[in-house]
Design a protein around this ligand. Sequence first.
Ligand code: NAD
Length: 249
Amino acid sequence: MQRLQDRVAVITGAGSGIGLATAQRFAQEGAKIVAVDLDEAAGTKVADEVGGLFVRADVANEDDVVRMYQTAFDTFGSVDIAFNNAGISPPEDDSILDTGIEAWRRVQEVNLTSVYLCCKHVLPYMRRQGKGSIINTASFVAVLGSATSQISYTASKGGVLAMSRELGVQFAREGIRVNALCPGPVDTPLLRELFAKDPERAQRRLVHVPIGRFARAEEIAAAVAFLASDDSSFITASEFLVDGGISGA
Ligand code: NAD
């Protein structure tokens, strides 16, 4: 028996990076995958690869979020794992002195409001089932702050971490675990896009990683699979750091 045999997993941002690697890993471990993304081509590709279902949705849109869980439930009969992972990188000049209110709002919508919506609308399914695992993607910057001036991004991820803790505590007695995944820098299109705008930033970031390199998306996916599975049955409301040692240095 595989660890996630027949569990139904809804993964947002499944078309790329951490979400893509997690869809592949979950499928290897026996899960049924609902791959959610704004990018139809990328989302369809991963759903086909893992034998799952693609739902095109904007996670910042409440109607879309309601529809994606309803579709998952109607198709597979349960929603056991929610990996609320879709997110965007900070805008250029994301220091508090430079970030405009519209850019700030957009980052909060996609990175933080989306997680609120996903938790709000998946919890009723999990409460009826009396079990479930929710993993919300925050970041190491939620715990440590950032030396690279990204105020809207860091604030959004701090919100994800605080919300995950609160929900983890609130729903612990109902068999629902909620954890905040806090990755260090991961070699994905999101990070590459950020460093393309500011190449020196990559070097500045790298010196803070004791392991001496950025993570591979597969290394983050392995941690997500652990949090999704019963192997982590006593872990909830945690800030789960997968950061190559950054937080210890
Ligand atoms: P990525 O850009 O490779 O993938 C993100 C995916 O989310 C894309 O497929 C994109 O189409 C999708 N997406 C974006 N906005 C969406 C929306 N509104 N609705 C639905 N889908 C949407 O990024 P990644 O590096 O894999 O990042 C995934 C998560 O991990 C993000 O929340 C990010 O903030 C977080 N994170 C990344 C790193 C890193 O270094 N890469 C570190 C810590 C945390």
